[in-house]
Design a protein around this ligand. Structure first.
Ligand code: NAP
Length: 288
């Protein structure tokens, strides 16, 4: 297929790479041009100067940028991708943003005669590089059927969750369920060190029992080593939790622990650790 990719960051760069490996024809756009040139050097295809040029003539346009405003910046306006979309084409957004912006863009796309899917991902940088992401999709079945085989090049589990916005809502549940775990993991490991235990041995033992989790096995040892350079940034996690809290205000769900941890991430940012991965909650316990 003729594909376009907008946003070649930590996630977008390898995700777009999988499409090139699968022999799709790629046109890429990145705000910082050097990254787009580097991608083309590695994978072929061509780099262009605006999202609009990237979208022109494409069957499917993908994006993976930062927050709501970043997504609006690459989709709307004279140079935005939507201005270049052909009728009957499809726009698939892999950024983690609010369900509201997804619905807003979904309506704009429908009025202009092309499809829209919100398709946030989980699995981090390693998942993107290995092509084994979980992709949570919102949109209609026809659009999903077109995009699913293409997304399968970087997604191990690609699932339609409901109408536009449902992908983002599912990603919110993902983030809510992760952060409480990361905080108690930090507390448990810090407790183990204070108790004079070998924290790595503790991880080894308890990961065979009821405390087992992806975070324990993958982030536990790196937290003990005081290493926080493993992908998903604190800045992104705080943005995601703010999206969850806003949505909960609208739907009436209570998020007592999530709201506290959102503030903890604010404290991690105040320490200057916003680019550290989201297990840096540990720093609030180990550095007073
Ligand atoms: P990143 O490395 O910071 O990359 C962000 C990309 O978006 C870059 O290509 C950046 O361009 C572009 N961008 C940002 N704002 C823009 C704007 N206003 N106009 C044009 N381009 C803009 O971020 P990432 O880690 O790939 O994350 C991307 C999205 O995936 C975020 O929504 C994040 O929450 C989500 N996500 C990330 C992970 C993870 O582990 N990293 C996991 C799941 C979901 P420049 O190169 O010019 O800065």
């Amino acid at each position: 297929m003729k594909c376009a990719w907008i946003g070649l960051g930590v996630m977008g760069y390898p995700m777009a790479g999988h499409l090139a490996t699968a022999k799709h024809e790629l046109t890429v756009y990145n705000r910082t041009r050097a990254k787009a040139d580097q991608w083309v050097k590695a994978h072929g295809g061509r780099a262009v100067a605006t999202p609009r040029e990237a979208a022109a003539g494409a069957d499917i346009v993908f994006s993976c940028v930062g927050n709501d405003n970043d997504l609006r910046a690459v989709t709307l306006g004279a140079d935005g991708a939507f201005a270049g979309m052909k009728k009957g084409a499809l726009y698939v957004d892999h950024s983690t943003v609010s369900a509201n912006v997804a619905r807003e863009l979904g309506k704009t796309a429908q009025a202009a005669g092309f499809g829209f899917l919100d398709a946030p991902v989980s699995g981090g940088q390693a998942g993107a590089e290995k092509g084994i992401l979980t992709v949570m999709v919102g949109g209609d079945e026809k659009a999903f059927a077109t995009a699913q085989p293409v997304m399968a090049h970087f997604g191990r589990a690609v699932t339609l969750m409901g109408p536009v916005g449902a992908g983002q809502l599912t990603k919110m549940v993902n983030q809510i369920t992760i952060v409480g775990l990361v905080q108690t993991l930090a507390e448990g490991l810090n407790f183990a060190m204070h108790a004079g235990l070998d924290a790595k041995k503790v991880i080894e033992v308890i990961s065979k029992g009821a405390a087992q989790s992806w975070q324990l096995e993958n982030r536990g040892p790196t937290m003990v080593d005081d290493k926080f350079n493993f992908g998903f940034a604190t800045d992104w996690m705080r943005k995601d939790l703010q999206i969850c809290i806003d949505e909960a205000r609208r739907n009436g769900a209570l998020l007592p622990i999530t709201a506290i941890i959102e503030q903890y991430y604010g404290k991690v940012q105040e320490k200057g650790y916003g680019r550290m991965d989201s297990s840096a909650l540990m720093k609030l316990l180990t550095e007073k």
